[in-house]
Design a protein around this ligand. Structure first.
Ligand code: ZN
Length: 403
């Protein structure tokens, strides 16, 4: 079995080892070493980057208790190699992992929440927590308070100790949760009272975690998923959000403190303008109904029909305009409108007094012939068309008897 050097010294980034086994396939080579400081993907912590004898590491995994390194390039069995580990990635993973133990401890101490597992992602890390009352919600103010508590713990710069207790000592270790392994159990103790079985890389003191930011807690399959970042990730996350906030504040000529209120005012203003615009469009559409009636053409059943496109109207106004035309006599009003450029057109078919063609059936026939969807009652039907001009021509020709 590979001797795992990171257990005793997670700060060891350069080491020498002997290649004990080689398995070359498809341009990639899997390498076994007698000893390795590379962390293999396990326990939610991804593998270390780095190189073996100058060959880039592509993956590090565990197989039958051995650490297996995948590299691009070739090495021979028995070869003595120098290995280097990517320092920034290792430090980052140590910060996220140690921060996770403190977060899981705090969730347990406060709510007896049971943490299932850690996932260190590219951007942020997550834990899934089961709360004893089955709740999937942690209030925002609680998250803020937990974040403060953990940051205070980090700033006290408490010791972190990792060791393998013997069989006599192990039962007396007050583990936060039962270990998933029974042999060769490694304990990570973060002073004063956090104990957890874990094979991950951790710093020697909590101060090295730097800081923690709890990003959010949201329900996830009956559990609470808490997202967080530690160390430089927290600094970068804060900078990105601050930058976005300041840019938005500048656009609104506001200070960042007043940004939410400035956005609220802008939304109110946009809402009022939108209502005003809708009202203008409605008045303009209704004002045209008499003029549109002049363009009515005779239908096969001795009535009249108007088929017109009036863009920019919503369904309610479109229906109102069609009804206003149909109210003026025995006339069929077939209207279509694209509410916004590029959106599918809405359609409203209304028939006036003395008209007998059912509008629901006419709309269904039209969508069948020209695409779209919709239907309705004999006196009113509504739907939508992808090609409103073709659909209106099609519907009108059915009324005039041209088809
Ligand atoms: Zn751990």
């Amino acid at each position: 079995m590979t001797e795992r050097l990171y257990y005793d010294d997670p700060y060891l980034l350069e080491f020498d080892a002997v290649v004990t086994r080689v398995d070359a396939q498809d341009g990639q080579t899997r390498i076994w070493l007698d000893r390795s400081a590379f962390y293999p993907t396990s326990g939610g912590q991804p593998y270390d980057f780095g190189s073996i004898a100058g060959h880039e590491i592509l993956d590090v995994s565990v197989e039958d208790g051995d650490v297996v390194h995948t590299i691009r390039g070739e090495l021979a069995e028995g070869e003595r190699v120098h290995c280097s580990i990517d320092a920034a990635r290792r430090r980052d993973h140590m910060q996220q992992h140690c921060g996770e133990h403190m977060l899981a401890h705090t969730v347990f101490a406060r709510y007896q929440g049971f943490t299932h597992g850690l996932h260190i992602g590219e951007e942020f890390s997550t834990i899934d927590v089961t709360l004893p009352d089955g709740s999937t919600h942690i209030p925002e103010e609680e998250l803020v308070s937990m974040e403060e508590e953990i940051n205070a713990w980090i700033q006290r710069d408490e010791p972190v100790r990792c060791w393998f207790p013997d069989a006599d000592e192990l039962p007396s270790v007050p583990l936060r949760k039962a270990s998933s392994v029974t042999e060769h159990v490694r304990i990570v103790h973060i002073f004063p009272d956090e104990y957890c079985a874990c094979g991950g890389t951790h710093p020697r003191r909590t101060g090295e975690v730097g800081c923690i930011r709890i990003l959010e807690a949201r329900p996830s399959r009956g559990k609470v998923r808490i997202s967080f970042v530690c160390g430089m990730r927290a600094v970068r996350d804060n900078r990105r959000k601050t930058d976005a906030c300041l840019r938005a504040a500048e656009l609104l000529s506001s200070s960042w403190e007043e940004l939410p209120e400035a956005v609220r005012r802008l939304m109110d203003k946009a809402g009022a303008l939108s209502a005003q615009l809708r009202s203008c469009k409605r008045e303009a559409a209704l004002a045209r109904t008499a003029e549109l009636l002049q363009e009515a053409v005779p239908t096969a059943d001795g009535r009249k029909a108007v088929a017109v496109r009036l863009d920019g109207l919503d369904m309610e106004t479109l229906r109102e305009a069609a009804s206003a035309i149909a109210a003026q006599g025995p006339v069929y009003a077939l209207l279509a409108s694209c509410p916004e450029p590029g959106t599918p057109a809405l359609a409203a078919f209304v028939r006036g007094e003395g008209c007998e063609r059912p509008m629901g059936a006419l709309l269904t026939e039209t969508t069948r012939a020209c695409g779209g969807k919709g239907g309705g009652r004999p006196d009113f039907a509504q739907g939508s068309f992808t090609d409103p001009d073709a659909a209106l021509r099609c519907a009108l020709s059915r009324l005039t008897g041209a088809e």
